[in-house]
Design a protein around this ligand. Structure first.
Ligand code: DGP
Length: 115
């Protein structure tokens, strides 16, 4: 089961710096960090993109992903100054890995608009 590099991380087939895990969610540090704190929060079930999300079905899971982001932001000391949560979706969204993931970025001033 699992076609992406993130499935391999979930299955411990390749290593990652895992910072959080429960039965539904895994969080680990991005291999190519774009900020002092850059963590990827992923569901363990395979959902390729935001396009595949159905609010009714996946709402609780997405809520849990945000709870994890808030918990990790506090733990990493970036909650008070703020942070950014990003889902890249598809080609124009800049998505590289087709296993749903939320980027938690913080520890520096973010710019807008994004590149
Ligand atoms: P996106 O462009 O939204 O699909 O972001 C994918 C992110 O995944 C990108 O920031 C780099 C990260 N990444 C890719 N491969 C690995 C890996 O093997 N390990 C870790 N920790 N991160 C990875």
């Amino acid at each position: 089961m699992g076609n992406t590099i993130f499935s391999k991380i979930i299955n411990r087939e390749i290593p990652a710096d895992i910072v959080y895990e429960n039965e539904n969610i895994l969080a680990f540090r991005d291999i190519n960090p774009q900020a002092p704190v850059h963590i990827l929060i992923i569901p363990k079930i395979e959902i390729p993109t935001v396009r595949d999300i159905n609010g009714k079905e996946h709402g609780p899971l997405l809520g849990e992903m945000i709870d994890v982001a808030n918990e990790l932001a506090k733990k990493e000391g970036i909650s008070e100054n703020g942070f950014r949560l990003v889902f890249n979706c598809g080609k124009h969204g800049g998505q590289e890995v087709y296993h749903l993931h939320m980027h938690l970025l913080g520890g520096r001033q973010m710019k807008w608009p994004p590149g």
